[in-house]
Design a protein around this ligand. Structure first.
Ligand code: GUN
Length: 283
C-alpha cells in the first residue's frame, strides 16, 4: 500500500509556522496586507476567495476585499490595481481568475507590480523562475515541492515527469523540479506514447485536467504520484486526474483528492504574502 501524502496536515504545518512569524511582526505593530479582487460572482471563485480570506485571518494577515460587478470596465480594474500598487500598506495583490470575457487576463496580470505579485503569474515572476533569480513562484507547484520535501521524498537525480503544460502549473512545476536537480520531462495530451513516458517517472505530477485519467498502467512500481486535478463526478464527489483506487496499489506514495495538493495552494499564497512583506521592508 502506498504512503498517503497528507496535504491537509502539511499545509497546517506551514500555516502554523507563518502564524508564529506573523504574530511576532504584529506584536511589533507591523501588519501584512493582501488585497483580493473578485470581478463578478462566479460561485467557485467566491468559494476560493472566501478560503483565502479565512487563511489570512488564521495567520494574522489583513485581507482587503474588492468586489467589482461582472460588467465592470477593464479600465476600472486596471485603475484599482494601479492604486493598490502605489499603496505601501498593501503587500500582495491577487486578482481572482477567471475574469469576465470582456477583460484581457494577460493585460490585467501584467498591471500588477511584480513585487506584489503573490500569485506568481506576472511574466517577470515567470521569467525570474526560469533563469533562477528571486521572485514569486506560482502557489500550486510551489506547494507540490513542499509536499515532497516535507514527506522526505528526494527529488535530486530522480526522473520527474510532469503531465500537463499550463502556465500556472505544468511549466512552473517542471522548472521547480529542475531547480531541485530532478531530471525533468514534460508531457501532455499530444505526447505520442504517453505511457512509455509516465512509466519512467520516479515522481509523476499529474495536471492534465481529465478526471481519473491516470490508472495503474501509467505508473512505475514504487513511484510517487502527485495529483493536481480536481473534479466533481456524477455523484457530486471530488476526484482528481488520478484514479486513486487503481494507482495506490502500485505507487510508493500518492496524494489524495481532496486533502492533497489543494490545501497547499493557499498555504503557499500565505507564504508569498509574508515574502512580499519582507521584500518591501528589506529592500
Ligand atoms: N483561479 C483559480 N486558481 C487561482 C489562483 O491560484 N489564483 C488566482 N488569482 N485565480 C485562480
Amino acid at each position: 500500500m502506498a504512503q498517503i501524502i497528507d496535504g491537509k496536515r502539511i499545509s497546517k504545518e506551514i500555516k502554523d509556522e507563518l502564524k508564529e512569524k506573523v504574530a511576532k511582526l504584529n506584536e511589533m505593530g507591523k501588519t501584512i496586507a493582501l488585497a483580493v479582487i473578485q470581478v463578478g460572482n462566479d460561485p467557485a471563485s467566491s468559494v476560493y476567495v472566501g478560503n483565502k480570506k479565512k487563511a489570512c485571518e488564521y495567520i494574522g494577515i489583513q485581507s482587503l476585499a474588492y468586489e467589482l460587478p461582472e460588467d465592470a470596465k477593464e479600465e476600472e480594474l486596471l485603475g484599482l490595481i494601479d492604486t493598490l500598487n502605489k499603496n505601501d500598506k498593501v503587500h500582495g495583490i491577487l486578482v481572482q481568475l477567471p475574469l469576465p470575457k470582456h477583460m484581457d487576463e494577460d493585460k490585467v496580470i501584467k498591471a500588477i507590480a511584480p513585487e506584489k505579485d503573490v500569485d506568481g503569474f506576472h511574466p517577470q515572476s515567470v521569467g525570474a523562475l526560469s533563469i533562477g533569480q528571486p521572485g514569486f513562484v506560482s502557489c500550486t507547484p510551489a506547494g507540490v515541492i513542499q509536499l515532497l520535501k516535507r514527506s522526505n521524498i528526494d527529488i535530486e537525480g530522480k526522473e520527474c515527469v510532469v503531465l500537463g503544460r499550463s502556465n500556472i502549473v505544468g511549466k512552473p512545476m517542471a522548472l521547480l523540479l529542475l531547480r531541485e536537480n530532478g531530471t525533468v520531462t514534460i508531457c501532455h495530451s499530444r505526447t505520442s506514447d504517453l505511457k512509455e513516458v509516465t512509466k519512467r517517472a520516479d515522481i509523476l505530477v499529474v495536471a492534465i485536467g481529465k478526471p481519473k485519467f491516470i490508472d495503474a498502467s501509467y505508473v512505475k512500481e514504487g513511484a510517487t504520484v502527485i495529483d493536481v486535478g480536481i473534479h466533481r463526478n456524477e455523484q457530486n464527489k471530488l476526484c482528481g486526474d488520478v484514479d486513486f483506487e487503481s494507482v495506490e496499489k502500485v505507487a510508493g506514495a500518492i496524494t489524495p483528492v481532496p486533502g492533497g495538493v489543494g490545501p497547499m495552494t493557499i498555504a503557499m499564497l500565505m507564504h508569498n504574502c509574508v515574502e512580499a512583506y519582507e521584500f518591501a521592508h528589506n529592500k
